[in-house]
Design a protein around this ligand. Structure first.
Ligand SMILES: *Cc1c(COP(=O)(O)O)cnc(C)c1O
Length: 363
């Protein structure tokens, strides 16, 4: 099969050295393996800028959604109520999770091209004192908007509520002061900005609140507290762990450090993103999100005003020349998406721009 680079928001293109780690079949019960898990957990807490006594971290088998469902179904009890602020498909997925688990919840919907407002969230909390938890997405991968979690954290903390953030497509690519902001649960996964391969999610947790949630989980395999109780002792996973993925992730963390940590990675992603938008504008292609709210991870673009090609035709043309892009996901407009995270550099953006220029000239 012809190889290509992924300009998609995860799975994304990883380094050969990350992939090579998966050539080893590691035993799960020996100390070496458990040490790798513990090392990963320590490093994730450092990347989140949290005190290791006040916070802890749980690794959970499955994709990112499993991590979000693990939190929502484990820490929101019978007498609790969740407010979900949604401005895209991933916020709406949290509502779906809430319904499947029969959680008591209410939803505040915002347009896909606008950020949830801290003021409106404050109103919801004032009008409904039974709300105990607030959940939102940081980087809404649906549109590429980067939501303002800091201003929301302020009102959530002032009201004394628990704050849950889906930072799936931002953690590792955008620096997040988890403790300073007062985020109680932050969810991300192996195959996004840390640049590992898919197979597990991780949850940075306020330790006291996690311990208080013991016994509340609605599912066995996604029980966040039980997973932590086993893993916390010595790094053992409760059920079979994705060993190859764990080894690749440990290598991805080493490579993140070598790149210069999150600030250096964030800079690369931001520069990729700015160059992408500039080059697309030269071709007459406009982004869906305005510059002030556009995040550095993925960009939604409108199709050119008059065009007679399908997404599939454009996708095939680009793939044939070495890159894979994403269809649009916003419901209100006809769009496509281009991610700029993973092993992606300015030269890739320039190549893609040339490919698209040719494609538009031919169509
Ligand atoms: C990728 C992603 C998820 C998780 O999706 P999975 O398909 O389960 O990995 C959740 N939220 C956001 C914002 C994402 O980008």
């Amino acid at each position: 099969m012809k190889n290509y680079k992924l300009l998609t928001p995860g799975p994304l293109t990883t380094t050969d050295t990350v992939k090579e780690e998966m050539l080893f079949d590691h035993c799960t019960w020996d100390d070496d393996y458990k040490k790798i898990t513990q090392q990963i957990r320590e490093e994730l807490l450092d990347l989140a800028h949290v005190d290791h006594e006040i916070y802890t971290v749980v690794l959970m088998q499955g994709s990112g959604t499993f991590g979000v469902e693990s939190v929502l179904s484990s820490v929101i009890g019978e007498d609790d109520k969740l407010l979900i602020a949604a401005n895209g498909a991933y916020g709406e997925r949290m509502e779906d999770i809430a319904r499947h688990n029969q959680l008591s919840y209410t939803a505040y919907h915002e347009h896909y091209d606008r950020m949830p407002s801290a003021g409106k969230i404050e109103e919801y909390l004032r009008e409904d004192p039974s709300i105990t938890h607030v959940a939102m997405v940081h980087s809404e991968t649906t549109s590429g908007i980067l939501n303002d979690i800091a201003s929301v954290a302020e009102v959530v903390k002032r009201a004394g509520k628990i704050f849950i953030v889906d930072a799936m497509s931002s953690f590792g690519g955008v620096d997040i002061e988890v403790q300073k902001l007062g985020i109680d649960y932050l969810v991300s996964s192996a195959n996004k900005c840390i640049q590992g391969v898919p197979g597990f999610s991780f949850i940075i947790c306020n330790r006291a609140d996690l311990i208080a949630s013991a016994g509340k989980a609605r599912s066995l395999s996604l029980d966040l507290y039980d997973q932590w109780k086993t893993m916390h002792v010595d790094g053992k996973w409760r059920f079979t762990s994705p060993t190859h993925v764990v080894l690749a992730f440990a290598q991805a963390l080493r490579e993140l450090k070598k790149e210069g940590g999150i600030p250096a990675r964030e800079k690369r992603y931001r520069e990729n993103n700015q160059l992408l938008i500039e080059k697309m504008e030269e071709l007459g292609i406009r982004p869906y999100i305005d510059a002030a709210h556009q995040g550095p991870i993925i960009t939604t673009f409108f199709y050119p005003d008059r065009h007679d090609f399908s997404f599939q035709e454009m996708y095939d043309y680009i793939k044939e020349r070495g890159y894979a892009i994403y269809p649009g996901k916003v419901t209100q407009a006809d769009t496509f998406r281009i991610g700029n995270i993973g092993e992606v550099y300015q030269e890739d953006i320039l190549k893609l721009a040339d490919i698209l220029k040719e494609f538009f000239a031919e169509h």
